[in-house]
Design a binder for this molecule. Structure first.
Ligand code: KG4
Ligand code: ZN
Length: 337
């Protein structure tokens, strides 16, 4: 079964080819155009997807050594995401499926982030997680704890009530005067800093839900106060500030995951989404797992941030289940699980 998968939900145009659930190629084209605006500009993202999609698809086929007539099905990200961006990928996928006369597989982006952990070899472990497992999905738009009973039976058991973890990184970075997306930069500076240098509050949210908006406000007031005393406070202490912010975001995430572990008794844990590329989170997740006897799975970087490999693996399981989409299906900015 050879699947061509397309991901275009935000600012990455990606195409992957899989054969029998194994990823043969996973090409990702980023969009530098947004950097100067401090965030993703939806109109520019759609335009860049239109420019990128044909070369990205051609590169994925070439790298996989696969030709169009060999394809069995086309998978694409249907939701959630920026509607203009989703439309480019979904129209392309539908046209391709129609012209080749093969089935279409509509994929939920957040479900795909979780299933990235089921890509063979993606987590560096010879084994795949056992069901049921819990996945901490942390991206620019979502922060969720997902319970997975099977590839297609997923349930969100905790989520953020306001900002996502990626937003907490990016908004904090903005307050520090760093360019967008700031998450990777906080990660970089934090490596040389002391996470105990400054203390930011941990919100007390009931159950397995998260909140990050209070942290952003606390950082804003902290910086105002420090800058009033020394205008060069940020420049002089950037690594310590970044390490302290990152340390708090990580402890908020892992404390809830530990709670979920106690409540469910589950022992297999995965992380997913763009923020799972964070080196501090990867290390702390691994250490927490080792201390508590969990089996931990962390996808390689290329499968953490937006990529079509995760769309291909989700498409693969949908194909096995006979869960095909009609050609009349449409993209949707928002979608429930
Ligand atoms: O999953 P993703 O690529 O796109 C969405 O679906 O949102 O996640 C993007 C988010 C951004 O907020 C970005 O700053 C964050 O992931 N991110 C990181 C790192 N790499 C990406 N945050 C912290 N540390 C990183 N190394
Ligand atoms: Zn994503």
């Amino acid at each position: 079964m050879t699947i061509l998968a397309i991901e275009s939900s935000c600012d990455e145009t990606s195409c992957a080819i899989s054969r029998d659930g194994v990823i043969l190629s996973n090409i990702i084209a980023g969009q530098a155009v947004h950097e100067q605006y401090g965030g993703v500009v939806p109109e520019l993202a759609s335009r860049a997807h239109m420019q990128n999609i044909v070369p990205v698809v051609e590169a994925a086929l070439k790298k996989a050594g696969v030709t169009m007539p060999e394809l069995t099905a086309i998978a694409f990200t249907q939701s959630p995401g920026l509607i203009g961006s989703l439309l480019v990928g979904s129209q392309f996928a539908k046209s391709l499926a129609m012209s080749l006369g093969i089935p279409l597989l509509a994929v939920h982006h957040m479900q795909a982030h979780v299933l990235a952990n089921l890509i063979q070899g993606a987590t560096g472990s010879a084994e795949l997680p056992h069901f049921p497992f819990l996945c901490l999905t942390v991206s620019g738009g979502h922060t969720q704890i997902v319970r997975c009973d099977s590839p297609l039976k997923l349930q969100v058991i905790g989520e953020t009530l306001d900002d996502a973890a990626g937003e907490a990184f990016d908004k904090s970075a903005k307050l520090l005067g760093l360019p967008y997306p700031g998450g990777p930069l906080i990660d970089k500076y934090a490596r040389e800093g002391n996470p105990q240098a400054y203390t930011f509050p941990e919100p007390q949210i009931p159950g397995l839900n998260f909140s990050f908006s209070g942290l952003k406000t606390a950082i804003l007031y902290f910086l105002q106060e420090q800058r009033a005393k020394d205008p060069e406070f940020v420049e002089k202490n950037l690594p310590d500030i970044c390490a302290s912010i990152q340390g708090r975001i990580i402890s908020i995430l892992l404390n809830k995951l530990k709670k979920a572990a106690r409540e469910t008794g589950i022992k297999d844990f995965c992380i997913a989404g763009g923020v799972s590329a964070n080196s501090g989170l990867r290390k702390a997740f691994r250490e927490t797992g080792d201390a508590l006897g969990w089996r931990t799975f962390i996808p390689a970087f290329e499968y953490c941030t937006d990529n079509a490999g995760m769309i291909a693996i989700t498409g693969y399981y949908k194909y096995l289940a006979g869960d095909f989409a009609p050609l009349t299906t449409s993209a949707s900015a928002r979608a429930e699980w």
